[in-house]
Write a protein that binds this ligand. Structure first.
Ligand code: FFO
Ligand code: GTP
Ligand code: MG
Length: 460
């Protein structure tokens, strides 16, 4: 199965089998891409790994005696015939340190594919186990280096498709989301504790109880705000599909090439030039976009062209935004207009566009900057505004759990307002805590952990 972490990753993720996920094993994996490069890193982690590696390292003693976070230069040797396989630098981490918090060694090797193949085969031969997808990060999580939101951020960081999404993932890796959830949990616990006291003691033993409703309302707002940040995280993380559509000869292919700054699509004065759609990646104001040039829309008796038009229509259905191009020199009676369509008049060098409309020239480039920002604006429309300091989530799993927690809190608030007995309120608050615990990984079922980590690259 192809690794789902990012488009360029050449690793294959192996579905993680929790039972074979023995944390006593010494695991190894290539941490860098499977491609020729100047250097490559092979990670090895697990207690006793230095002793095991001593078998195939030219300076076993230096490796074993190295202090934490130090480098040892040497050769990886085939123990059987003493042949040097590569000259490397070993970075040593002792127990309780490094990424996994286990004893571990990272070899910086030469990035030769045959060389790497030899080293990986050797590590297997000396009894180390190839790591499964996400297994290093899983160990980091198990040993408490990070919670589940941070572990997910590792993968989101590596897979980020835009600078903004990379920055947001890094912030989550640094614990911004974890801290936000902790604060919410703290508030919930305070309310729960007050409720429990009421439940544990008879009414006559206590002063009159005033339910801390406003605290609960704040919690609810915080949870909902975090959940709604998902739309922003998804836009900058996964990007949007923008389809250029319109009648034949409107200038779609010309605009496509102009936006990509590349002569990708064939442009000609012949109507019906583009048949197969063409896609390419670009970005508008930091939003990653997959842009599609499509077959022009018209009645056609040509079966090949008609098939192209059918595909255009399918793309329009799947699009986040349709840029509908109109030729300003042609009086067109009707054109698409709905809430995911941006109508743009082309060929402004030849004819005037209607007052107040978006007008460009795909030939001279006039109006292109304005068009780019109009596209970005439309893609951001309806999304919550997120300031620099706001935590933004990118995982649908997290969104679902945040909404579950927020709904449980809403129900609790409604129950309090109806004066329903407190034990029922407490049950709802407990449910909210449960959802948040699943979010941070404290009470996440093994099958869900498996699903999360197995989406990672081998080597992460
Ligand atoms: N060589 C290398 N670079 C890497 C990683 C790695 O595993 N290895 N990382 C993996 O994804 C990221 C960094 N994550 C890491 C987190 C903590 C520690 C570490 O050794 N921490 C020290 C404490 C450091 C301090 O006090 O500031 C320790 O635990 O002793 C290492 C890497 C990116 N770069
Ligand atoms: N003067 C002028 N000509 C343009 C402009 N944009 C495109 N054209 C011309 O219009 C013709 C059609 O352009 P294309 O980009 O191929 O149009 P299209 O919408 O992709 O057409 P189909 O693929 O047939 O649907 C070509 O001759 C272009 O050079 C413009 O802004 N100004
Ligand atoms: Mg075309």
């Amino acid at each position: 199965m192809r690794c789902s972490c990012c488009k360029v990753c050449r690793h294959y993720s192996i579905l993680l089998d929790m039972e074979s996920y023995n944390t006593d094993d010494i695991i190894y994996a290539l941490a860098t891409a499977w491609a020729q490069s100047a250097l490559a890193v092979i990670r090895v982690s697990g207690e006793g790994c230095r002793k095991a590696l001593g078998e195939c390292f030219s300076r076993p003693k230096a490796l074993l005696q190295a202090k934490n976070a130090t480098l040892v230069h040497g050769f990886i040797t085939d123990g059987q015939n003493g042949e040097n396989l590569d000259e490397v630098v070993a970075a040593v981490y002792t127990h309780g340190h490094g990424y996994t918090l286990e004893e571990s060694v990272e070899f910086t090797c030469h990035g030769s594919l045959p060389g790497l193949q030899k080293l990986l085969a050797l590590f297997k031969r000396i009894g180390l186990r190839p790591a499964q997808g996400g297994e290093f990060t899983f160990r980091a999580f198990l040993h408490g280096r990070m919670d589940l939101t941070q572990a997910e951020a590792v993968q989101e960081l590596v897979a980020a498709q835009s600078p903004r999404s990379q920055a947001m993932a890094l912030s989550r890796l640094e614990g911004s989301l974890k801290d936000r959830i902790s604060a919410v949990k703290e508030d919930l616990l305070v309310v729960l504790a007050a409720v429990e006291v009421q439940l544990d003691y008879a009414e006559d033993e206590l002063d009159e109880f005033v339910f801390p409703l406003s605290r609960l309302q704040e919690v609810e707002i915080a949870l909902e705000r975090l959940a709604s940040s998902y739309s922003v995280g998804r836009l900058y993380g996964q990007g949007a599909r923008v389809v250029l559509a319109g009648a034949t000869n409107a200038g779609k292919s010309s605009l496509f090439n102009l936006l990509l700054k590349q002569q990708r699509s064939i442009v000609s004065a012949t109507k019906g030039t583009t048949r197969d759609y063409i896609e390419a990646d670009c970005s508008f104001e930091g939003i990653p976009v997959r842009l599609y040039d499509t077959a022009g829309l018209r009645e056609s008796s040509d079966t090949i062209e008609a098939e192209g038009i059918k595909r255009t229509e399918q793309l329009i259905d799947q699009a986040d935004l349709v840029v509908y191009l109109v030729d300003s020199t042609e009086v067109q009676q009707s054109y698409r207009s709905d809430d995911k369509t941006l109508v743009v008049f082309n060929k402004s060098d030849l004819a005037k566009a209607p007052q107040g409309s978006l007008s460009v020239s795909a030939q001279s480039g006039e109006g292109i900057a304005a068009l780019a920002s109009a596209i970005a604006k439309r893609l951001r429309q309806g999304l919550p505004t997120t300031g620099e300091d706001q935590v933004v989530i990118e995982s649908e799993r997290q969104k679902v759990l945040l909404l579950q927690a927020s709904e449980a809190v809403q129900r609790a608030i409604a129950l309090v307002e109806l004066d329903i007995p407190l034990d029922i309120v407490a049950a709802e608050l407990g449910e909210a805590m449960q959802s948040l615990g699943e979010l941070t990984g404290e009470v996440t079922p093994a099958d869900i952990l498996q699903k999360i980590f197995s989406g990672f690259c081998v080597g992460k």
